[in-house]
Design a protein around this ligand. Structure first.
Ligand SMILES: Cc1ncc(COP(=O)(O)O)c(C=O)c1O
Length: 453
């Protein structure tokens, strides 16, 4: 199709996700033609360094030759098959291999095609478990303030970011909200590396009140991504495990964003050396190639659904693309690459460099409130007043201004409010780190100056 104005036609037809479409008048959609490593190239040949891994899903670089090869082969063999009563070798091998790296006890896999669906599925699974094990009073769910678990109704209910949830409140579920750890603005004046999770006291209070009627506690382990890459210590998860055991509440770990070495270990939960009862995985699972998610649980939960058909205990939940062979082939290629061990070695070599580089560049800036990191994920929260930890007026949209400037310079950042962050594909090299950090820094300085700060 020659002679087409792609940007114009995009806007004629497409309603983009998570966007005020009026913003596109100023900043039309960038039409990407190809990707390679951390680079995305538009139709004019301009390169963008994708340091947000295209919504945190691209794990091992765009058009990774090994993943692409396995996907191409799979496309010529079997593209899809109904997953009720039918199966295929790829998905079986995937579960056999994943079960070896899952936190202890998690070995039954139930597939869907996106993170939000897997959260819905996990909630239904937890609820139904208690309904058919004689604990019918357990109908509620708990989740942290500032949480993000996706956009479908139950997942959105579990979330607590006003930007996504506020208007829908009248149609959302009533979730028991636990005050999340806030290590930057710690009300106990402690630091992340030196505390006893005093903030867990709110959790204890809510369990005393609602523990007996609660089925599951949804949590983004260690990293509240959409809240602004807020990081809290593993001790919180250990305490959560103890209290959930006491009150017989399932921990539903949402590792959609944190799985697959994003936090430096295979799963964020591994830092706490304990296991959830149910875990949701997606994004990095297929290296960001194909939409696939899984809810992974233990035998105890699985067994509560296993009975004669007439007992109606089956989990009657399905998605058309559950267990899709193309997704499975990509996920297997991801495991092949991770099994080689080179990625882990690379991470050991470059992570301290990246974290130190960002700290060195940003910590001296008068408006840097906090620089926080976990694995390769690094976030810089810029604030109006460093001493008071006072945020900028959100209507200034400083993060968005930084985003637009960085795009011009060829870096795809996507600040969350005034939190500038990096969550790049794990294969990022030092020279790209130098470039993207310098660009982010320059754009931040320019933006602050232009706004009179
Ligand atoms: C922690 C977390 N949970 C759930 C989701 C929703 O996943 P999806 O966008 O695939 O529905 C996301 C997406 O960013 C996420 O970060």
């Amino acid at each position: 199709m020659n002679g087409i104005d792609w940007q114009k036609e995009d806007l004629n037809y497409i309603w983009h996700p998570c966007s005020q479409m009026k913003d596109y008048i100023d900043l039309p959609p960038i039409i990407i033609e190809r990707g390679e490593g951390i680079n995305l190239y538009d139709i004019e040949g301009k390169c963008y360094k994708d340091v947000v891994s295209s919504w945190w899903c691209n794990l091992l670089g765009h058009c990774n030759p090994k993943i692409s090869a396995r996907l191409k082969k799979q496309a010529d063999t079997l593209e899809h098959v109904i997953f009720a009563n039918f199966s295929h070798k790829g998905i079986i091998e995937l579960c056999m291999r994943l079960s070896k790296v899952m936190p202890h006890g998690l070995k039954k896999f139930n597939f869907s095609d996106n993170g939000s669906s897997s959260v819905e599925m996990a909630m239904k699974m937890s609820f139904q478990y208690f309904q058919q094990t004689g604990q019918t009073q357990k109908t509620r769910f708990m989740a942290l303030s500032d949480a993000y678990h996706g956009e479908t109704i139950a997942a959105l209910s579990a979330g607590d970011c006003d930007l996504y949830t506020k208007i829908y409140k009248p149609i959302l579920m009533d979730i028991i909200r636990i005050k999340a750890p806030d290590c930057y603005r710690c009300p106990y004046n402690k630091t992340r590396d030196n505390c006893d999770c005093e903030c867990f006291s709110d959790c204890i209070k809510q369990f005393e009140k609602y523990g007996n009627v609660t089925a599951g506690f949804l949590i983004e382990p260690l990293l509240q991504g959409s809240a602004g890459m807020k990081i809290y210590p593993p001790l919180y998860l250990k305490k959560l495990r103890q209290i959930c055991d006491k009150y017989n509440v399932h921990i539903i770990a949402d590792e959609i964003a944190t799985g697959f070495y994003r936090t430096g270990k295979f799963f964020a939960f591994d830092h706490a050396k304990t296991s959830p009862d149910i875990m949701c995985i997606s994004k990095g699972l297929t290296g960001g190639y194909m939409p696939m998610a899984a809810v992974v649980t233990n035998d105890k939960i699985y067994d509560a659904f296993f009975d004669e058909y007439k007992t109606k205990k089956a989990f009657m939940h399905s998605h058309t693309y559950a267990g899709n062979p193309l997704g499975a082939s990509c996920a297997l290629a991801v495991l092949d690459i991770l099994d080689e061990g080179k990625i882990q070695k690379h991470l050991e070599a470059v992570t301290p460099y990246f974290n130190a580089l960002i700290k060195e560049k940003f910590l001296n800036l008068k408006n840097t409130g906090e620089v926080r990191s976990i694995g390769l994920i690094n976030a810089i929260e810029i604030v109006l007043d460093k001493n008071k930890k006072q945020s900028f007026d959100p209507s200034l949209r400083l993060g968005y201004q930084i985003y637009k400037k960085a795009l011009k310079k060829g870096v795809l950042l996507r600040p969350l409010g005034d939190v500038i962050y990096f969550n790049p594909p794990l294969i990022i090299e030092k020279k790209d780190m130098d470039f993207v950090v310098k660009t982010a820094y320059d754009c931040t300085i320019e933006t602050l100056k232009e706004n009179g700060f």
